[in-house]
Design a protein around this ligand. Sequence first.
Ligand code: AMP
Length: 515
Amino acid sequence: MNHNLFAALRAGFPEDLSECAVQTADGAALFYTWRDLELATAKIANLLESLDLPVGSRVAVQTEKSVEAMMLYLAVLRAGLVYLPLNTAYQSTEVEYFIANAEPAVVVCSGRNFGWFSKLAFTAGTAHVFTLNEDRTGSLLQRAAHHSDQHTPAVKSADDMAAILYTSGTTGRSKGAMLSHGNLLSNARTLQSHWGWQRGDVLIHALPIFHVHGLFVAIHGALLNGSKMIWFSQFNAVAVAARLPEATVFMGVPTLYVRLLAEPGLSAEACRRMRLFVAGSAPLLAETFKAWRERTGHTILERYGMSETVMLTSNPYSAADGERRAGTVGLPLPGVVLRVMNERGSTCAVDDIGGIEVRGPNVFSGYWKMPEKTAEEFSTDATGQRWFKTGDVGKVDAFGVVTIVGRSKDLIITGGYNVYPAEIEGYLNDMPGVAESAVIGTPHADFGEAVIAVVVACAGASPDASAMVASLKARIANFKVPKRIFVVSELPRNAMGKVQKNLLRDEHKALFAAA
Ligand code: AMP
């Protein structure tokens, strides 16, 4: 049996290949049929095969988001090679690291970056460099045009590598998570049934395609179900709100929901056909969850996952399975086993906070060329089961519902006491005039670390730092109360909307150095 992920996605295409598969929503409104996807991916796959690359060769891609870039991803799967997407924000020094680490056989970049990109690639021993631009120009498609539009997907086993996703590296050096055809397909199938994908669904695709959310969850979901995508090369709140009436599914990081809420065009009427709003990749504020429900009549479904595992947990889809609860990431998906471990290596009691570990068919095999890191981040239990330590800190309640409290590296230890930033952020976010907050630890001569907070004010509000401290002191243990609160206009975020606490820690590291 062929476990090639492309073959499974292809099997989801509708019978009538002349139907619209993707419609672009910005720039010229282009219309791609399922046949276009079928034929173009065959041509690119044939081009790749003509290069006679060794099995397992990596194809590293840093291009702007376009339907052709998605076709390239599908063609790499189809040809049985390994796809390696790179964040479009990465500059040459960052790309240099990835190319040196991954040693791709092929790289594809934007024409405007060809000069430095090809130099880096050739230096690292990459033999083939192609270009691909947003306007469908570039050597990749030119060369592919000369190849046949017929292609049989390469035969792959479930364990064969399909993609390497480098972690966003908000703590330390980026690591390449190796994901197999089996990892990706099992997760896509689970989500297809769990989220009730149905005939006639239309997905608004407004996420980047170098990350697990936009590349895997969104694209696989639509293709596996033969569902049309309305395709945004960049998120634009006005334009997305204008297309909501045609759609049934939307997936976004929390920042996208916040930006849509600021858009007057967002209304219950605009969402009348919508079936599902999915949020994840970073915590969704309870306030956003509530505001969304009041404004649109829809309850956002928050899910939790990561590059190494694709999706792990989800709030219920169907009301019969329970309600979607703000601030929680729901129950483990079918097939995913999740446990919370304490520092002594035993399982935490209900509601006790600890490190989240997981296993399941979706969990990656390890980090590319980093056997020691891989060994550190997996543990084997007495029955021989291998668990991945997610690095997330959280708890599970009596109903099995999971709540994420933070990253283990964000845990603050002050005077020997553990402080979980999410707890303090929750109190701060509930205060009048506070839009959001980030709590971090900074080096402190006496306490080891001191708790401080960086708070973003709501439009027109100016929350007072000492009043916030006083209010916290009345409610929580003193060691948890921030020693300083800074009010700022926004928090530093990466492309996926994650707050970059490492940058905040750097900025404030000297605050108490001499205390
Ligand atoms: P990435 O590999 O870039 O997708 O990052 C994965 C990390 O994002 C996880 O380990 C979590 O720390 C965080 N994350 C993903 N989804 C959620 C969520 N719904 N709530 C809180 N954190 C999340």
